[in-house]
Design a protein around this ligand. Structure first.
Ligand code: G3P
Length: 228
């Protein structure tokens, strides 16, 4: 499963990239708002950091297909061909997805709350569809089940499109979809860090260090404990 960070803060992105095996960055207008700067200024900085081949997913704002397509062209002109264009899966969005897919533009169907949205976006030519796991849960439905159902529908009907699950609130949700084989998950910095945050792990590692120091002396490591 590809792991992307759902964030536009360059410091968070750099920190997460330093430690974790990440495959790209996604954002949406709400995430950009948190940075309070010109969107292209933020996105160019992210692109420069992650490199021209990495996935960067950027959302259009227009609600009319023709304008969405124009935005997509501009986004890719400025941020490169490996920029996935996030299009909300509404009727105008499906129209735009069909047009962009016919041009070979990589599209991510977003704002997905139902299985049929995911299926139709894939059938229209999107490379990814993004069910919002936690937001679906908050509506009283099962976000994980919806993500799995979309994954199954796409696979069962041989549509070349992967689920990129989004809107996570905890590590367990990510694990469950990873185990199920979904193509990608995009997660916030705190949920990435929560994936292996566990005091029991730290305590076990601390015991190993203490035991080695007891054997070889304070601050000793395998670099310093030479047999000479
Ligand atoms: O990018 C869309 C999705 O990640 C939204 O997440 O946390 O605002 O529900 P959230």
């Amino acid at each position: 499963m590809k792991l992307l960070i759902d964030n536009a803060n360059i410091e968070d992105i750099k920190r997460i990239y330093e430690y974790y095996p990440m495959d790209g960055v996604t954002c949406n207008p709400t995430i950009l708002l948190k940075e309070g700067k010109n969107p292209y200024k933020i996105l160019k900085e992210i692109r420069e950091f992650i490199g021209s081949d990495a996935q960067l997913h950027v959302q259009v704002i227009s609600l009319v297909a023709e304008e969405m397509v124009k935005e997509a062209h501009q986004i890719q002109k400025i941020l490169g061909k490996h920029t996935f264009i996030k299009i909300p899966v509404i009727p105008e969005g499906l129209k735009a997805i069909k047009q962009l897919a016919s041009e070979g533009v990589n599209v991510t169907g977003t704002a997905v709350y139902s299985p049929m949205q995911g299926y139709l976006a894939g059938k229209a030519g999107a490379k990814y569809v993004a069910p919002y796991v936690n937001r679906i849960d908050n509506l009283g439905y099962n976000g994980i089940a919806v993500a799995k159902q979309i994954h199954d529908m796409l696979k069962d009907t041989n549509i070349d499109c992967e689920v990129i699950a989004a809107s996570f609130k905890n590590a367990q949700q990510v694990i469950e979809l990873c185990e199920y084989g979904v193509g990608a998950s995009t997660i916030s910095a705190d949920v990435v860090e929560g994936l292996i945050k566990n005091d029991t792990i730290n305590a076990a590692v601390d015991v190993f260090v203490k035991d080695f120091e007891t054997l070889c002396g304070t601050h000793a490591t395998m670099l310093t404990c030479l047999d000479d």
